[in-house]
Design a protein around this ligand. Sequence first.
Ligand SMILES: C[S@@+](CC[C@H](N)C(=O)[O-])C[C@H]1O[C@@H](n2cnc3c(N)ncnc32)[C@H](O)[C@@H]1O
Length: 241
Amino acid sequence: MSQSSVINLPESIGKTDNFEFYSCSHGREILNSENFSPDIMNYLEGESKTIQEVIINYLEDYHAMLEVGCGHARNVGVSLRLGLKYYGIDFIENEIVTARRKLKEKKLSGHVKCLSVLDLNKATTPVPASLKTVCIFPFNVFGNIFEPVRILKIMHDLNYTMLISTYRQDADKDAVLSYYKACGLNHVKAMTVENGTMFVTKEGFRSIVYHSDYLYDIASQLGLVVDSFEFSKIGKLYYIR
Ligand SMILES: C[S@@+](CC[C@H](N)C(=O)[O-])C[C@H]1O[C@@H](n2cnc3c(N)ncnc32)[C@H](O)[C@@H]1O
């Protein structure tokens, strides 16, 4: 079965590009740690710890980490602790400005760039071609972009190993819904779509948690191998190479 590049979503969902959402004030709230419930704090701690463990246990001789949807350079500490050069991309200019300020103030080395992952290629990547790279997708950013096959192809072309952090399919949906509500988002609901569970809000935010089977299927069609690790109450990390 061949997979189309853009996933099928019910028409009622409307726009599927989160750029406008992330550009407005609501978008900032989703990255504001004051809105993180204990379940989300626990998820993010488990995420960083699991990324670190997978890199230590499975990835040998890597030189660089590229964080997609890096926000304020969330995982720069993990990267530098592991001796990896840190790079980040985010498609919101303000996030990149804040990330640069943080790197400068904390005297951390790293390079961040305003770029959508969908425009990432050999010419645009901030990572020098000579560096063996692990690309991380934290905090379900992979589920914010509705072209999973295209992203896997981009990573494959760049020869980047991927670590994708998302929520478990069987996770208590209320843990995620209550976080979105704390961010001031309205009419938040979870709905079942073809390849996973989608969270939608009145403000135009859309985020999908893919079924494991779907991710394994699209990865294997590109000849990629997948392993996964569960962490915290709700987290799951996919290791794809
Ligand atoms: C880390 S995620 C957080 C997702 C949210 N917590 C959730 O539950 O789905 C959001 C970050 O990814 C960035 N982002 C979203 N789509 C992107 C894309 N296509 N390319 C680069 N950055 C993107 C956003 O600007 C934001 O800083």
